[in-house]
Each structure stands twice: as C-alpha cells, then as structure tokens.
Design a protein around this ligand. Structure first.
Ligand code: NAD
Ligand code: UD1
Length: 348
C-alpha cells in the first residue's frame, strides 16, 4: 500500500515510517519540520536500506496539513491508500500559553486533512490520540470503554475534539475506516541509535529529561511529587517502546482492510512504572548516576495511569513486546550517539 504519514519526520512518525517501509509499503511523508529535522528521514531511509537490503520507497514532501492546496496536489500526485496522521503540536505547557496555535494545528489541521482525503476518495485514517482523553480515570487499568474524562489543558482537549470530529465523520459516510489510537507514554528509540526523540529546549517529558541528565546536559531531575499513593510515592505511567507503538499503526492499517467505522484502541503495555523505576532503569543502561530531587507535584498530573491493552491484542493481534531494559538501552544509545539530537548535522 502507499501510505501518507503526516508528521513523519517527528519522533513517533519516523519510527512508524521505518516499520511501514520494512513491511514493503510505500511511504509519503508530509511534514513542515516545525518540530523535527529532515535528517530524521535520511536516517529512516538508511535504516531501511540496511535492514532490508533494498532502497526505501520514501518520498518526503515539505508542507503543512493546514494547506488545502498542498494537500490536493499531494493526493493528485500520489495514489494514497491510507493516512497515518501524526502531525500536530504536543507540548502541554505551550498549549496553555498558545491555545489558538494548538486548536488551529491540531483541530483545524485535522479537519483540512479530512476534507482533502474525502475529496481525493481516501477514507482510511489512523489518528494519534492520547490516554490524556481519559482525564482522571476511576480505576486502573484503563479500558477503552471508560468514560471520556476532562483533559486539563488545550492540548488534551484538542485530541478529544479531533476524536469527536472523526466519530461524526465516520457516522456521515460508511466508507470511512478510522482508527483512534490512544497512546500511553512512548519512550525509547530505534535499536540502531540513528533515530529517536529530539526535544527542542527543555524536555517536558520524563525519559528525555532523564537521559539529558545522564549525558550531563542537565544537572538533575526534578521529580514532580513524592507523596502520591503509589509504591514509592512518585507518579506511575505505562511507558511503551516507540518501536512497539509504531508496529501498532501497521496493525491498525491491516484492520482497515476488512472493517469500516471507528475503532478505538489503547496502545500501552499494561504495566506501570514509577518515576524512580525509570531513573534506576536509565542508570543501569548508562552506567551513570542520575541525580534527582523530589519537588512539588506538577499541576494537572495524575498519580497513576496504565492501560488495559487486551482490546488491541484481541482485535488487532498487537501487543507490546519490548521491556523496560530494552527501552532504556535504546534511549541511552540514541542519546549518547546524538548528544545534540539531529542538530550536529547542521539542520533542524
Ligand atoms: P513530534 O513533534 O516529534 O512529531 C510531530 C510532527 O508533526 C513533527 O515532525 C512536526 O514538525 C510535524 N508537524 C506539526 N505541525 C504540523 C503541521 N501543521 N503540518 C505538517 N507537519 C506538522 O511528536 P510525536 O511525539 O512524534 O507525536 C506524534 C503525534 O502523536 C502527535 O499528534 C502527538 O500529539 C501524539 N501523541 C504523542 C505522545 C508522546 O508522548 N510523544 C503521546 C500521545 C499522543
Ligand atoms: C504528559 C502530558 C500528556 C501527554 C504526554 C505525552 C501532562 C500533564 N500530561 O503525560 O498530556 O499526552 O505527556 O506527551 O503534561 N515527571 C517528573 N519530572 C519531569 C517530567 C516528568 O517527575 O521532569 C513525572 C511526571 O510527574 C509523571 C511522569 O514523570 O509522573 C511522566 O511524565 P511525562 O513524561 O510528562 O508524561 P505524562 O505526565 O504522563
């Protein structure tokens, strides 16, 4: 199949592009590089050529999902079978400061993309949603049939809004086949060390922050809260290896071959690890100390969050296979091979 990957130069998109190409799909990436580098796509092509022994069928298009004319051109030039839609903004704090940018990119951009897909007769869509749509769930683990919660910030609300737009769209025309994938906490990197997460500025998320402390770029980790009702008092999350997550998108595309309507799946491991488990995991992988101090809780954080991943296993035949040791070893390989992310290449 020929798959359009919006935001394919980003963290999860680049890993998904590798898996799609390795599975012999053709990939067209559309990205405006607002939070990524074209170098990531060169690396994707190298990984695929190394792993498969054949050149990657990868086309990179620089452009914006809000640009309807650019989308129409892309769909007229490429015979696209399905779209995996990652493009969007994802920094929670920034979304509070710049709500219009978030709604314009994440909600407006997704609507423009769907309009262009409909006009081009492309009805298969995989959307990157988030466990944030559950708000503060009543119990763990989180199942897909739990009530939708109240996200505490514009980023979270933008994900929920797009989910609702897509549900309405599927109700309007039975040709649509839409997968809403609710990611838990993606972490890790490709085993080659060539692609990984490359946050701009101070990382918002735990794993990139810890690995920057280990490499010496930051002094110490602030652990947000040591008094949660969890095993060691720190927050618990379901960290999923980005390569497992990427493979979940292939499973969703396969589901679309015989199904229409909307499917909703948690992509998580079903396991919860605390902040201190993650610190110890990276210390082990890097053989370095990660200094930390316990500080106040971060507003909007919940104590714990992990997935019931059984629906994806039953319906998609997908489950996470890589454990914490592998996740941390891969994080550290990426961090130590690319201490400045993709910037050393003079791009991004
Ligand atoms: P990322 O920032 O690394 O990737 C997003 C990509 O989209 C970037 O390459 C960026 O340049 C591009 N982009 C942004 N706006 C665009 C636009 N208007 N037009 C074209 N390209 C645009 O983020 P990621 O971690 O890979 O996340 C991918 C998706 O998954 C996002 O939608 C994000 O909200 C969602 N998600 C991420 C996480 C996470 O923890 N990383 C968790 C849940 C959901
Ligand atoms: C956050 C976002 C969520 C988004 C997800 C993936 C918030 C409130 N939620 O989830 O909407 O979908 O990222 O991008 O921001 N921690 C520290 N110190 C740090 C960073 C994090 O102790 O410097 C702790 C947090 O308190 C939490 C855990 O580490 O317990 C994971 O944090 P993070 O990586 O930011 O992910 P989430 O908060 O789960």
């Amino acid at each position: 199949m020929k798959i359009l990957v919006t935001g394919g130069a980003g963290y999860i998109g680049s890993h998904t592009a590798v898996e799609l190409l390795n599975a012999a799909h053709d990939v067209v990436v559309l990205d405006n590089y607002c939070n990524s580098s074209a170098v990531a796509l060169e690396r994707v092509a190298k990984i695929v050529a190394d792993e498969t022994g054949r050149p990657a069928q990868l086309t990179a298009v620089e452009g914006d999902i809000r640009d309807r004319a650019a989308l129409d051109t892309l769909f007229s030039e490429h015979d696209i079978d399905g779209v995996v839609h990652f493009a969007g903004l994802k920094a929670v704090g920034e979304s509070v400061a710049k709500p219009l940018e978030y709604y314009e990119n994440n909600v407006g951009g997704s609507i423009t993309l769907c309009q262009a897909m409909q006009a081009a007769g492309v009805f298969n869509l995989v959307f990157s949603s988030s466990a944030t749509v559950y708000g503060e769930p009543p119990e763990m683990p989180i199942r897909e049939d739990f009530p939708i919660g109240v996200p505490t910030n514009p980023y979270g609300r933008s994900k929920l809004m797009v989910e609702e737009v897509l549900q309405d769209l599927a109700r309007s025309n039975e040709r649509w086949s839409i997968a809403l994938l609710r990611y838990f906490n993606p972490a890790g990197a490709h085993v080659s060390g060539l692609i990984g997460e490359d946050p701009q500025g101070i990382p918002n998320n735990l794993v990139p922050y810890i690995s920057q402390v280990a490499i010496g770029a930051r002094k110490r980790l602030s652990v947000f809260g040591g008094d949660y009702p969890t095993t060691d008092g720190t927050g618990v999350r379901d960290y999923i290896h980005v390569v497992d997550l990427a493979k979940g998108h292939l499973s969703a595309l396969n589901w679309m071959q015989g199904n229409s309507g909307v499917g909703i799946w948690n992509l998580g491991t079903g396991l919860g690890y605390s902040v201190l488990d993650m610190v110890r995991g990276l210390e082990k992988a890097s053989a370095r100390e990660v200094p930390y101090e316990i500080v106040d809780r971060r507003p909007g954080d919940i104590a714990e969050c992990w997935a019931d991943a059984s629906k994806a296993a039953a319906e998609l035949g997908w489950k996470a296979e890589l454990g914490l040791d592998q996740m941390m070893a891969d994080t550290w390989r990426w961090q130590s091979m690319n201490p400045d992310g993709y910037k050393k290449q003079g791009q991004g």
